[in-house]
Design a protein around this ligand. Structure first.
Ligand code: ATP
Ligand code: MG
Length: 570
């Protein structure tokens, strides 16, 4: 490809709304352009890099035994109603109407369609196992699209769905995808690692996310360097001890705490109740019903755990206007000891199990209760692990301190079980003649997000440093004179023809620009190898070869093509 023939609109400065490095570089290197918030056009170079990622994904899916299909993005709402996700995924579901006033949804993922297909086409254990995948555009009505391709409203995802006869076989399919993902990210030149994950609105009971460590990532991961334990913070647990039990102690005592409405204020003089001896009482609205959550004063509620444990689809903190009629006091003086309506469920964090000599709100503004023994004085509906792990806590597996770091989720594998096959009737006749629901798994990779994660991980102050496997072009030939009769241009054309004939992906910078501009642009776009043809070295019978992240090397003109070839992967 000739530079002047394609479109590479590089920019000196990134637009102001690009916040993170990879987003800026995508724009500055002329790979994508924004059409609207969360909606992008791929320019020629961006598309080439995207196709590389797609191809790696495709090859590894094929190798793992999955078969490619293509499902419609436009889907009837009925199947979404049947699975229950018309409601539970409604916050991300794009809905539209056709001219006949019929409603449609735009696919954010495709469990419903593939399970409907399986319900119609798979009837016998003889047809199983099957794993179908597609690489296609997905739509999600993200409230805050941001960071370019990282969180977009329209993006490309590879989604795969496995169907098996038994749970054990489904685990086998899961393992194959897990291994394929490990290979995919490695081939993309990405350092990604799997972590235990929550299953969220997709459902199911077993799941891993593949994470790319990055300061700008939207996820937090707790991990143990000693034993390898790693989990999304939404799911992570630790071996932190429970609250120390003390003597059951005296009866509850009410005391005045005028103006004290925070854990911190109560921990100061004259009250001096340490945060770890306080019970924090939170009121949440879970699927439009109020619930009480109790956790230790110095712990943080983990909303994802709360949703996972209670099965709630939507959880939000209750407002003071909702709380006062329920408990008779404002936030800051709340507790679960007295005046708790009988139908209000109380969920307590396991770390409070057996705790006594605790202090909590009295459900009376300006008063607290001390000597509270949680088992004796509070009617707890259920105990769950509800707290968020913090750095330094002992690993539950080996006791060494946990670390926490930020990361980008690029892929997600779920074991779904029979949730969708039961709802959408994807059953098969087993050997013994009985009809059973298929055991399913689903497996997603954000292809466009992966592309940007590569850039987020592989760059320096001058621009992108593409891994050879995903670079838009492997080699950039940079003649510093471009007149057709110049030696530089004639040689450049010769190298271009020879390398292209060998199947190397080459771009020839035939622009009539200053050397500085050409070199800057080549570094910004980040081609893995550059061949510079300048007057001085040509006079010595040489050209300069420079890997994007390495030093310049002068080679004889006649050896140039071989030297490039040597540096390319076979
Ligand atoms: P997130 O937690 O980031 O919202 P998710 O868990 O909802 O993602 P999945 O349903 O697991 O996403 O989708 C599979 C993959 O699709 C994700 O691992 C991610 O790489 C990608 N993905 C999801 N949402 C988006 C988005 N809005 N823009 C770009 N990629 C996305
Ligand atoms: Mg996910």
């Amino acid at each position: 490809m000739k530079w002047t023939q394609t479109l590479i609109p590089t920019l000196r400065e990134a637009p102001a709304d690009a916040e993170i490095r990879s987003h800026k570089l995508l724009l500055r290197a002329g790979l994508i352009r924004k059409l609207a918030g969360g909606v992008y056009t791929f320019l020629p170079l961006g598309l080439r890099a995207l196709r590389k990622v797609e191809q790696i994904v495709r090859e590894e899916m094929d190798r793992a035994g999955a078969v490619e299909v293509l499902m419609p993005a436009l889907q009837p709402p009925e199947i979404w109603q049947q699975s229950g996700r018309y409601e539970t995924a409604s916050n991300v579901l794009f809905k539209l109407k056709d001219s006949g006033n019929r409603e449609w949804v735009l696919s954010p993922t495709a469990e419903e369609v593939i399970t409907t297909l399986a319900s119609n086409e798979i009837n016998s254990y003889r047809q199983l196992p099957k794993n179908f995948y597609q690489i296609s555009v997905k739509f999600r009505d993200e409230i805050r699209p941001r960071f370019g391709l990282m969180r977009a409203k329209e993006f490309i995802m590879k989604d795969a769905y496995s169907f098996d006869t038994t749970d054990e076989n489904a685990m086998g399919s899961y393992k194959k995808m897990y291994d394929a993902y490990t290979r995919i990210f490695a081939r993309c030149g990405l350092k990604a690692f799997p972590v235990e994950a929550d299953t969220g609105v997709i459902g199911g009971n077993y799941s891993h996310e593949f994470m790319v460590p990055a300061e700008t990532g939207e996820n937090e991961v707790a991990f143990c360097e000693a034993c390898g334990y790693a989990a999304n913070i939404e799911k992570a647990t630790s071996g932190i001890p429970k609250t120390a039990a003390r003597d059951i102690g005296a009866a509850i005592e009410k005391f005045a705490t005028p103006g004290v409405v925070t854990i911190e204020a109560l921990s100061k003089a004259p009250y001096s109740v340490p945060a770890n001896r306080q019970i924090k009482t939170l009121i949440c609205i879970a699927d439009s019903k109020p619930i009480i959550i109790l956790i230790r004063g110095n712990d943080q509620l983990n909303e994802t755990k709360l949703m996972a444990k209670t099965g709630a689809v939507a959880v939000r903190p209750a407002t003071p206007d909702e709380i006062v009629p329920l408990l008779g006091a404002k936030p800051g003086s709340l507790g679960a000891v007295k005046n708790v309506p009988a139908d209000l469920k109380v969920f307590a964090d396991e770390r409070l199990h057996g705790a006594n000599d605790m202090t909590t709100g009295a459900n009376e503004d300006g008063f607290h209760l001390k000597n509270v023994s949680i088992e004796r004085d509070i009617q707890v509906s259920a105990w769950f692990d509800l707290r968020t792990v913090t750095a330094g806590e002992p690993c539950a597996k080996c006791g060494k301190p946990l670390k926490i770091r930020r990361a980008i989720e690029v892929g997600h594998v779920f074991k779904l079980g029979t949730k969708y096959s039961e709802k959408l009737n994807a059953t098969f006749l087993d050997v013994d003649g009985s009809r059973k629901p298929s055991v399913m798994g689903c497996y997603g990779i954000g292809v466009t997000r992966t592309l940007q994660a590569i850039i987020e991980q592989c760059n320096d102050k001058d621009g992108i440093i593409w891994p050879m496997s995903t670079a838009p072009y492997q080699v950039c030939i940079t003649p510093l004179a471009v007149a057709p009769e110049s030696q530089a241009m004639q040689l450049a054309e010769k190298f271009y023809a020879e390398l292209t004939a060998k199947g190397v992906e080459v771009i020839l910078d035939d622009r009539d620009e200053r050397p500085g501009v050409k070199f800057k642009d080549a570094d910004l776009v980040g081609f893995p190898l550059r061949i510079a043809l300048g007057e001085k070295s040509l006079a010595k019978g040489e050209v300069e070869i420079k890997p994007r992240d390495g030093a310049v090397q002068s080679v004889k003109i006649d050896d140039a093509v071989a030297a490039v070839w040597q540096r390319l992967p076979r």
